[in-house]
Design a protein around this ligand. Structure first.
Ligand SMILES: *Cc1c(COP(=O)(O)O)cnc(C)c1O
Length: 446
């Protein structure tokens, strides 16, 4: 871990401090208003579990820049490989004159993603771009057009991925018309299932298959896309075995099963991929976020016969698989292997779950604790037996944490989920200190 950043919380000004306030005024004057900032403190340095702002405040990071800096924000192996690569060359475009780093990342993806079948990968710049390409590939392979996505899904902000994303505000409002041939079906969301909660797996599966049959026709469906644990939707974990049923049903009908592991992948849930936990082998898997320690890189990896169905020149992009981003990915993956970060994610889960359970015993506004590995959340409700969503309390708790120098994120279709995505390079001491602040936030606000 970088010695340049002391691994402790320390506040030397109010949050945000004067230099951040000044920068935020420049932001308002120069950056499009549509680009929001959740916590407007401007960061100067970061490492391990700490972000240092321009006023010298040391903040505890429970967000990892939205599940990106799993290995930390300046992991030594990432820094080293990136520096070396920048000195060699920065870009050629893989489609013009290729380079080895791209191959090495694809080889790693083939080895680490679920299943031992023959695989191919293609690299891109962002998660949304990977999802778009997974759909393109599935359509060519099947010769079909329809794509099925789930309630509460998040797949990105480009035109096709907005169509796949469920939530209107803020992702879709005013941005239509959206891509066609996208169909939405119910998600197995145990806590808010409208039917019999104990029968959510069966009822949600029945709703999914019967709606596809009646409204789309199985023979028209190119792909079903799902996040094995939904991210922006509120860390929704379907019942064990449900994902496998969906995948098996897809296989039965010649439909490509796409696992969007952009948020769940690369050790985040305590396995390399969330599908591993369920023994599910997707046909295609999309990855991004944690893959490259903070540099922009994304991938589609899948069965060779599906991936190779696309004509030469049909996939690509100027920057996809940029050599510096590939070098960062190789450094990040090496870190995950050398430091057993999957194991570390399971330790984080144990520590967090115990503390969150204690909190839930004291505060009945915590409706549910859920998630896996270092991807955990609490869903906040009215309390006193009333399970209606409590987005106002969620905002207050989050704002309190920010004031105390703890970076937290919210999520959920109803804006009532506090989610925790700490970097796996964070110490137990910082995790406990962050959780102490969270507890104070409930004491002060609930
Ligand atoms: C973040 C995310 C995306 C979009 O990735 P970008 O890099 O922001 O385009 C897609 N799917 C899931 C599950 C995500 O969490």
């Amino acid at each position: 871990m970088s010695s340049a950043v002391e691994q402790r919380r320390r506040l030397v000004t109010a949050i945000p401090g004067p230099r951040s306030v000044a920068m935020q005024a420049r932001k308002v004057a120069t950056v499009a208003a549509g680009v929001g900032t959740g916590l407007p403190v401007y960061i100067e340095r970061a490492a391990g579990g700490v972000l240092v702002d321009v006023d010298g405040n040391h903040l505890i990071d429970f967000g990892s820049g939205i599940a990106v800096t799993t290995v930390g924000s300046s992991a030594p192996r990432v820094v080293e490989r990136v520096q070396a690569q920048v000195e060699e060359f920065t870009h050629t475009c893989f489609m013009v004159t290729p380079y080895e780093e791209y191959l090495a990342v694809c080889e790693k993806l083939a080895a680490l993603t679920p299943g031992t079948h023959d695989k191919r990968s293609a690299l891109f710049n962002s998660g949304a771009e990977a999802v778009e390409n997974a759909v393109k590939i599935a359509r060519v392979f099947t010769g079909r057009t329809a794509v099925v996505a789930f309630d509460h899904a998040y797949h990105g902000r480009t035109n096709l991925t907005m169509a796949l994303t469920a939530k209107n505000m803020p992702y879709k409002q005013g941005f239509g018309p959206f891509a066609s041939e996208v169909y939405r079906v119910p998600m197995a969301y145990p806590y808010r299932w409208v039917g019999e909660r104990t029968r959510v797996a069966d009822e949600a599966f029945e709703a999914f298959t019967s709606q596809v049959h009646a409204q789309v026709g199985e023979e028209n469906v190119a792909a079903v896309i799902i996040e094995p644990i939904q991210g922006e939707g509120g860390f929704i974990v379907p019942p064990k075995g449900w994902l496998k049923r969906v995948a098996d049903w897809c296989r039965e009908h010649g439909i490509v099963f796409i696992a969007d592991e952009i948020q769940t992948g690369f050790c985040r849930t305590g396995d390399w991929f969330a599908c591993d936990h369920e023994g599910v082998v997707p046909d295609l898997i999309t990855t991004a976020k944690g893959i490259a320690g903070g540099l922009p890189l994304a991938a589609v990896t899948g069965r060779a016969e599906i991936m190779d169905a696309v004509h030469a020149g049909g996939l690509g992009g100027t920057y996809g698989g940029n050599p510096v981003a590939c070098a960062a990915a190789l450094g990040a993956i090496e870190t995950m292997e050398a430091e057993d970060l999957c194991g570390r994610a399971r330790e984080v889960e144990a520590l967090f779950t115990e503390r969150l359970r204690q909190l839930a015993e004291k505060f009945d506004v915590i409706g549910e604790i859920r998630g896996r590995g270092a991807m955990l959340a609490v869903e906040l409700v009215a309390g006193g037996g009333d399970e209606s969503p409590n987005p106002a309390l969620t905002s207050r708790v989050s704002a309190f944490c920010h004031q105390q120098g703890l970076v937290t994120l919210t999520a959920g279709t109803y804006g009532n989920v506090l989610r925790f995505l700490p970097p796996l390079a964070i110490s137990d001491d910082l995790l406990h200190e962050g959780l102490d602040i969270l507890e104070q936030a409930f004491v002060a606000n609930a």
